[in-house]
Design a protein around this ligand. Structure first.
Ligand SMILES: [Ca+2]
Ligand SMILES: [Ca+2]
Length: 546
């Protein structure tokens, strides 16, 4: 197996407008991001994934795009994108973009043309219906904030389909011209040097909605086309799919047949994410062990992307109602902390009461479970959220660089900031900021740097050979990756009780253990009796004894 960069990567996800303002207008921008690349490189991230940077009226945080070939002027220019790619490359890092082609903004010139005239060349780029579709109140993505998926347009005198908000009409992916345009958009940004795309809402992109039909046809062959276009233009480019779908559909997103790797390169592991949150809430490992044991097999070149919190609500839709209520009860006890009836709109640090031991435990788990870790900006310092902001904006507050005014994010007046800073006292910039944590060797930031450095020395973790061992305790996860010369063994204690783990014969073929990383000093390593603190974790390298 050749080494593939995305299997050894650490992705760092950020909103450009919330990261660093370079010109004092209160809005983060690309030049600001460039000035912070050394910070991201030092953390150990190897690829920066930007949330949408395109022109947009921003009624849906930039996911409502009016021009896929340009940069929102408030963020910078195409020249700045090239500078960013070059500056990242100088530091050994890549840049990925969000590719949002399920829909456009209603203000997009394509839709404006389409609605204005049935003879418009863009009419068929969207999905229309002359009568009121019987299924117009079904299939909403944002229940509670959206009441229908078909809306009547006065100008067009017809109903248009929108999986998301009514200002985000879906593109008609059955139209060959639309597909060709998507190919051109990808080719354009690859030519500017980006390393790939995080593909937004992929199951909706490949679904072909029809009025009065709730059973959707899926055009999986389109994924082969996407793969071919991307690989032809840039051999090492990847597509990271957002596809929160059932287990039997997941393999269809990576290959056209078992073992084939001719579709998407990476998949967000939503199924594991839900079970990590359930396991943390229960303080029991069973949900994670189940998720690992039942994981759909991926072809050799494909890779999971792991996360605990991302830029959206923590979507718990893979859990059943009782399980979801369990997670809500622990991590989102107030209605205000929940969103769309299915998720949690908080950051991880407040969900874990800012408890350092549990934060380390959670991230150690994430980094050692199969896949490439994705970190959200600010997670590395334990940033909080602002539940006064609407919907998912709660977790899109400005990065907290220092205890200076505006947290070092901008020199604008506070009222001008793109979004307010976190004001929750426990997580305010005075308490949680990069500068302070840089100086403190015991800070969460320095811990994150150490753990990510150690992860780089454990290449087995990026592979798919994860095995769950019987730890003898309901609250201790023991998992192992076997390599050609040895193995990595990981222990995680999900509860606050000391444990002694006896793995017995399960380690029979291994010896010469070395402690690679742990929550504390466990003294001499004795494989027959592995001690574990409450919330403790240990990473142990083993040599194979033939
Ligand atoms: Ca700015
Ligand atoms: Ca579609």
């Amino acid at each position: 197996m050749h080494e593939r960069w995305y299997k050894r990567a650490v992705l760092y996800s950020l909103e450009v407008d919330a990261f660093q303002d370079s010109n004092g207008d209160g809005i983060g921008d690309l030049r600001g991001l460039i000035s912070r690349l050394d910070y991201i490189a030092r953390l150990g991230a190897t690829c920066v994934w930007l949330n949408p940077i395109h022109p947009s009226p921003e009624r849906d945080e930039g996911y409502d795009i009016t021009d896929h070939y340009a940069v929102h002027p408030k963020l910078g220019s195409l020249g700045d994108v090239v500078d960013l790619v070059d500056a990242a490359g100088d530091r050994g890092m890549r840049v990925m973009l969000d590719l949002v082609v399920n829909h456009t903004s209603i203000d997009h010139p394509w839709f404006q043309s389409a609605r204005s005239d049935p003879q418009s060349p863009y009419r068929d780029w969207y999905i229309w219906c002359a009568h009121e579709p019987s299924d117009r109140h079904q299939g909403m993505v944002f229940p509670g904030f959206q009441t229908e998926t078909w809306t009547f347009d006065e100008q067009a005198k017809a109903w248009y389909f929108h999986r998301f908000y009514d200002f985000e009409p879906d593109l008609n992916h059955a139209n060959a011209e639309v597909r060709d345009e998507i190919r051109k958009i990808m080719a354009f940004w690859l030519r500017l040097g980006v390393a790939g795309f995080r593909m937004d809402a992929l199951p909706f992109v490949i679904s072909l909605p029809k009025p009065d039909h709730t059973d959707l046809e899926h055009d999986y062959a389109f994924l082969n086309e996407l793969h071919d276009w991307v690989s032809w233009r840039r051999g090492d480019a990847v597509v990271l799919a957002e596809a929160n779908v059932a287990d039997d559909q997941l393999p269809l997103y990576v290959g056209s047949a078992p073992g084939n790797d001719d579709r998407m390169h990476m998949l967000f592991n939503f199924r594991l994410n839900d079970r990590i949150l359930l396991a943390l809430a229960r303080r029991r490992v069973e949900p994670i062990a189940w998720a690992l044991r039942t994981a759909p097999p991926l072809p050799a070149a494909a890779q999971w992307a792991t996360f605990i919190r991302n830029h959206d609500e923590a979507d718990l839709s893979q859990l059943n109602d009782d399980e979801r209520e369990e997670v809500f009860a622990v991590f989102a006890p107030d209605e205000d902390m929940r969103l769309y009836g299915r998720g949690i709109r908080r950051r991880l640090a407040p969900m874990l009461d800012g408890d350092r031991r549990r934060l380390e435990l959670a991230y150690s788990l994430q980094f050692t479970l199969p896949g490439t870790p994705v970190l959200r900006y600010g997670e590395e310092i334990g940033m909080g959220d602002d539940l006064d902001l609407p919907e998912r904006n709660a977790i899109r507050t400005p990065m907290q660089w220092s205890a200076e005014p505006n947290a070092g994010f901008s020199t604008a007046s506070p009222a001008q900031l793109v979004r307010p800073l976190v004001h929750d006292g426990r997580f305010s910039p005075e308490k949680v900021n990069v500068n302070e944590q840089r100086r403190d060797p015991d800070s969460l930031l320095n811990w994150q740097e150490r753990v990510l450095r150690t992860l780089r020395e454990c290449p087995e973790v990026g592979e798919n050979s994860c095995e769950v061992l019987d730890s003898g305790h309901d609250d201790v996860l023991a998992h192992r990756y076997a390599g050609p010369h040895g193995a990595m063994l990981f222990l995680h204690n999900l509860d606050d009780h000391r444990r002694t783990v006896q793995l017995g014969d399960q380690l029979a073929t291994y010896d010469a253990p070395v402690e690679a990383f742990a929550d504390g000093d466990y003294g001499d390593l004795d494989l027959s009796q592995l001690k574990l603190n409450g919330w403790g974790y240990r990473w142990i390298r083993l040599q194979f004894v033939p």
